[in-house]
Design a protein around this ligand. Sequence first.
Ligand code: EPZ
Length: 421
Amino acid sequence: MAKYIIRQSPALTGDVSISGSKNAVLPIMAAALLTDEACEITDVPALRDVDVMCGLLRGIGARVNERYGEKTLEIAAEKIASEEAPNELVKKMRASVLVMGPLLARAGRARVALPGGCAIGTRPIDLHLKGLRALGARIESENGYVVAVADGLRGANIYLDSPSVGATENIAMAAVLAKGTTVIENAAEEPEIVDMVNFLNKMGARIKGAGTDTIKIEGVERLCGAKHAVIPDRIETGTFMLAAAITRGSALIRNAVPDHVKPVTAKLRECGVDVRVSDDGLIVDARRGALTSTDIKTLPYPGFPTDIQSQFMAFLTTVRGSGVVIENVFENRYMHVNELNRMGANIKIEGRVAIVEGDCRLRGAEVFATDLRAGAALVLAGLYASGTTRISEIHHIERGYESFVEKLRGMGADIVRMEDG
Ligand code: EPZ
């Protein structure tokens, strides 16, 4: 099995360029099912999750032409040949459920394997189904699948009990072709939702309010093909900000959108890291010594992103003083703590609260990635730790970070990928 071999690295320097957002391109690819015309998506990251979504769209009957060399995908769903998202794809990638709304809107039927839980929580889809029912779908479950059927969807007022990103996306995609107006209240406000809605509006949808907690959708008869460039990945941006910080380096993060990482910037500044906005992106300078700890509380956007919690925790083990981390979005997103403690960290968990002691002399160890962002946290810890860190199960990491090793090496990191490390 492939592993990352990471040795204590010098302060990272130079620059790195952020790729297109994984969590924006996946719903946008699903949205291309809503028209029988060709769509062209650019700034697409070359990720395993994108490959899985391409396979799913092909299985549904769409023509998908990947031109990764040009970071471009062409998707044309002239016909819907199958309304199914099979279990072997859903269990690989939970975001497969995002085809449910478009299939229901386009073909009047969707049969999607229920996504099992994963390392970070049970991750139900009850809010997705609540919204689709409100739009007129009849929904049944049959041996591990959800079957949604509707002969025409009608606009509705939908209140989300919690601002679920995926539920907001699925419901919005179903509503664009419904008869009448839909209002989603307590909607998620993430930038990835705004990006998907911008794509849908280019296709002829009539959606207002994306980026706020109330999204209004006026149903239209049909959508046309469109071209769209995916926004940069704010989670990759935060990960590289922390790579510079944990190694006490100074780096330019090109193509970053400063507005999308405000909580990470604010928290790094509280620790004494200098973060400046430049015309080319973000400059993160952690060369001033004696960095100190801070507290983190994850919340839906615009709060501190849960997807950066583990990476920030790795950084907090290396600064002076102790910090309190509270994970409010997922019920089990501390799988990285055991692995960090095996590297010499001293982190105690009490329910949703983690107390992170600082000034730890992290030491390299054999560790494994339990999920995408926990794996990224272990890479950062390995850059700081003395000795050698070997990370297994790196497929979790490679599903969400394009050219991760090459980008880190370009900044001076001592990391290699070994097939049978
Ligand atoms: C999206 O997942 C992201 N994935 C996740 O990123 C991210 O962590 C998450 O949003 C929160 O920001 C993609 O966009 C592909 P949610 P999603 O629905 O849509 C509960 C990464 O690392 N919930 O906002 O699945 C759920 O259990 C991944 O890139 C319900 O209870 O997240 C969780 O506790 C990891 N019922 C919370 O809401 C539902 O019907 C947030 O889930 C739906 C969700």
